[in-house]
Design a protein around this ligand. Structure first.
Ligand code: IMP
Length: 178
């Protein structure tokens, strides 16, 4: 069972749902006069994006990008665009949906790319924020939960592609990655 590898549950499914309702209401109010393009970063953002958009009750478009930078528990810092968006975002408001902001390198690169496509604005909504690990000076405008410097899994977050399907955010037992 996957739960046998979980040291502690950090954020429950109920807490995530409650926070998504708050974030969705805030985003709906902030973007009420525009039709934002909401871009999920594959694959980690999928459960969060699916939950969040239930509570966004304004016109919006959904897109996905795949960006790779991680292997195991460490980012290699070399951010590659594996799948780009295939629509124009010129003069549109973009909201990136991400699972976690860690070093910030991924978001810095993605924001730069989206601005180079002439987006009017590019903001970020991240389920988790791990500020202790930040290397690049970047902040998400919308954050679900700020967490300590622990390697977490579940609700989209993986270790070597595993654990994404857990319905909560947990800390992985050290023996599972050492
Ligand atoms: P950054 O570029 O260092 O901010 O890394 C962002 C990406 O690293 C996230 O989208 C995650 O895929 C991955 N990541 C960072 N911290 C964790 C973690 O604690 N668990 C699982 N994945 C993580």
């Amino acid at each position: 069972m996957l739960i046998d590898d979980v040291k502690e549950i950090l954020i429950t499914q109920e807490e995530i749902t409650r926070r998504c309702k708050e974030l969705g209401a805030q985003i709906s109010s902030d973007y009420k006069d525009s039709c934002p393009v909401i871009i999920g970063l594959l694959k980690g953002s999928v459960p969060f994006m699916a939950e969040l958009i239930k509570y966004i009750d304004i016109d919006c478009r959904l897109e996905f990008m795949d960006v790779s930078s991680y292997s195991g528990t460490e980012s290699n810092g070399d951010v590659r665009i594996v799948k780009d968006i295939d629509c124009s975002i010129k003069d549109l408001d973009v909201l990136i949906v991400e699972d976690i902001v860690d070093t910030g390198k991924t978001l810095a690169k993605v924001k730069e790319l989206l601005y180079s496509k002439d987006a009017r604005s590019v903001k970020v909504c991240s389920l988790l924020d791990k500020p202790d690990r930040r290397i690049v000076d970047i902040e998400a405008e919308y954050v679900g939960f700020t967490i300590p410097n622990k390697f977490v899994i579940g609700f989209g977050l993986d270790f070597n592609q595993k654990y994404r399907n857990l319905p909560y955010v947990g800390v992985l037992k050290e023996e599972c990655y050492k």
